[in-house]
Structures are given as C-alpha cells and as structure tokens.
Design a protein around this ligand. Sequence first.
Ligand code: IPE
Ligand code: IPE
Ligand code: MG
Length: 246
Amino acid sequence: MPDPRPAPIPASLDRRSVPHHVGVVMDGNGRWATRRGLARTEGHEAGEIALVDTAYGALAVGVKVLTVYAFSTENWRRPVDEVRYLMNFNRGLLERRQHELHAEGVRITFSGRRDWRVPRGVLSRMDDAAELTRHNRVMTLNIAFNYGGRAEIVDAVKRLVDDHVPASKVDEKSIRERLYHPELPDPDLVVRTSGEFRTSNFLLWEMAYSELVFTEVLWPDFRREDLYDAIEQFQRRERRFGGLDS
Ligand code: IPE
Ligand code: IPE
Ligand code: MG
C-alpha cells in the first residue's frame, strides 16, 4: 500500500541535517481515550495510525532508524486485561502492517527481553516480521517491546560474565557490544509525547547525548507534522558532546 496520506515536508526543515536515528516514547494513549469517554484500549488502537503516519514521515525525510517504545518492562504492572490487550494488539499490528512496511523497504527489528514473560505467539510474530524484512535498507523500524533501559544494561552485564570478560577488559565498548542492537547508532533525537518530562527507562545507555523534545500532543493525535516539528527543534540545537563548539 502506498503512503495513504502524502504530506509536504516544510521548506524550513533542512533536508541535509535530518537526524539519523529518532526515538519516540509513544505516550498518552490512555488519556486520549479517557478524555473521549472511551476505554483505555481504544487509545492504544488509535495509536496505530499515529505510528504508521510517523513511519511514513520518517521515510519521507530520510530518517534511517526509528525506535519506538511500544511496551516497557514496567508496563507488566498494569491490569492483566490491559497487558493482555497490548500483547494481542502488538501481535496484530505486526500482522496488519508488516507487508506494507516491507513494501516501503523498512527493516523491522526489536529491542527488549525475549526470554521473559512475552507469550510465544507474540514472539513468533516478531520473528516473522524481522525475517520478512531483514534485507531491507531504506529505514529500520526498531520496536522497543518488553524493553527497559536498565534491563538492557543488566542483560549486557550478564553477557559480559557469560563471556568471561575480566574486569580489566570491561569498558564502554565491551558493554555497548552487548546491548540489544550495537549496530544501531545512538539516537540523535528522542521525542516524548503527552507532556511527561521523563524518560521512563527508554534507551538509557544510548540516550546519553540525544537531544530531547517534549510535546503535549497525545500519541494517538501525533502525525508526521509533529515529527517534522521535532526535527526542526533538533536542528536549532547545538550538540557539543561535552566538548566546545568549533
Ligand atoms: C502509552 O500510552 C502506551 C503504553 C505505555 C503501552 P499509555 O497507556 O501510557 O497512556 P497514558 O500515559 O496512561 O495516557
Ligand atoms: C513509557 O510510558 C512506556 C511506553 C510508552 C511504552 P509509560 O506510560 O509506561 O511511562 P510512565 O508510567 O508515565 O513513566
Ligand atoms: Mg503513559
């Protein structure tokens, strides 16, 4: 399916300095629904359009990696019905969208704990989507699912131990190599929706020098124009990485 809603890219967005990797904390689904007198789950459902539109926008401007936070290791604390809904919803989303994304040249990958709590049926859909799209190179859509930044660091440390790495050899490189996707560059820009000013355990290691943009927009209302706006904010920032500007 071609882009269902092609939209112009603002002339003020500098196409030569588009962030390579954008992370998004897709938050506010429950509040979006509650404000409409709907069940929270209807907010999650409405978030699918936002995700697809944002992915098309990212493709249109040339973002190479889009990491979206879909389910956190802390989201298991929610009522069982909502958790079950989210598991089924995310499995369904992959079934509904993988071919369309594949046709656009999108590689689908996942960051998160595989061997903890995620139902087998969901894992196998994730594997199918990753397998189908593994050779695509236009953009990587990395879905943070059953993901926690602290869990990712813990998992990396476990692998260091399993690999018998001596303390003298433990450094940033040896840890980074054991994160879920060491081949992906750190996010340049991280956007959080719904007016919350926190990271909620997203990409802790990788976000060390990301530019952060917060918006009041609730995730189901987010569209590519909001992504473009965040990219323009990013372009006005001065990144120094601890050094001095030239
Ligand atoms: C984000 O929306 C989706 C997930 C965390 C799975 P929320 O469900 O957190 O919505 P709010 O923040 O309660 O409005
Ligand atoms: C972060 O949102 C996780 C996802 C968007 C998947 P939460 O809604 O879970 O975060 P808190 O509870 O507001 O910190
Ligand atoms: Mg939330």
